[in-house]
Design a protein around this ligand. Structure first.
Ligand code: ADP
Length: 243
């Protein structure tokens, strides 16, 4: 994927969630956003995914400039897949229906095609035996894997993951991270925000450090983690990597 962001700003009331953020990357399969809580990772992810629009600045994704045009933004969102920290699934629907519903309602598939696609992704992720279970009958890790299956069922251009493991215990975190790694290995473009530094280091091609609404630095993980160029990133890493 290719991103060109210039001076992106987003305000919530008087809070500057993004404050003139710049980023230019090219030929990147996986971009990881790391940084302190409240630094702007989620906001940046929502803008990149077209879920919200910047107050000012330019956001271009794969050569497509995101404008404040509801029809164009909706078409752009349909081309992408999303997963958030928690509460991703419709609680009253079973795993399969959670996947078929958007395929039918958003992507216009007929019921048979939607079911075939849903079963294909559930099978790919080892979840077919859970197809008829409601979210409350699944573990947190299984729920997130169904959420990812839903997000990729329509073959998204980019998969956006906002702290996909932050509500999970370590074992469930591992099962979700393994799945994300597998998708990246299969060629899926992914942008994720994460607190899992080891995972960012292992899977991302580029890691962007987001703090105070800006990207302080963006580099391949081998460089950013071993030799950060900004004092703010160095301080953050020395704190979070200590334990
Ligand atoms: P991160 O993902 O790095 O934790 P966020 O993008 O969630 O950071 O938040 C950046 C800043 O914007 C924080 O100060 C947060 O409180 C604020 N913020 C984010 N979303 C909203 C919102 N919907 N309404 C008001 N403030 C928000």
């Amino acid at each position: 994927m290719k991103l060109e962001i210039e001076r992106a700003t987003k305000l919530y009331g008087r809070t500057r969630a993004l404050d003139g953020l710049n980023l230019k990357i090219d030929s990147t399969r996986v971009l990881a956003l790391i940084g302190p809580s409240g630094g702007g990772k989620s906001t940046f992810l929502r803008l990149l995914g077209g879920l919200e629009i910047a107050d000012s600045g330019k956001i271009e994704v794969n050569g497509h400039q995101l404008e404040n045009d509801p029809t164009a933004l909706q078409a752009y969102r349909r081309r992408n897949g999303f997963l958030f920290q928690q509460f991703n699934l419709f609680p009253h629907l079973d795993a399969r229906s959670n996947i078929t519903l958007p395929l039918e309602k958003v992507h216009g598939h007929d019921a048979a095609k939607a079911r075939a696609k849903a079963d294909h992704v559930l099978d790919r992720f080892g979840l077919l035996e859970h197809a008829s279970k409601k979210p409350s009958q699944l573990s947190g890790g299984q729920q997130q894997r169904v959420g990812i299956a839903r997000a990729i069922a329509a073959s998204p251009e980019i998969l956006f993951l906002d702290e996909p493991t932050s509500a999970l215990d370590p074992e469930m975190t591992a099962e979700v991270l393994e799945l994300i790694q597998e998708l990246a290995d299969a060629g899926q473009d992914i942008i994720l925000s994460t607190h899992e530094m080891g995972f960012a280091r292992a899977v991302a091609n580029q890691v962007a450090f987001v703090a105070a609404g800006k990207i302080a630095e963006c580099a391949p993980p081998a460089i950013l983690f071993s030799n950060p160029s900004s004092p703010i990133c160095e301080r953050f890493l020395s704190r979070v990597m200590r334990y």
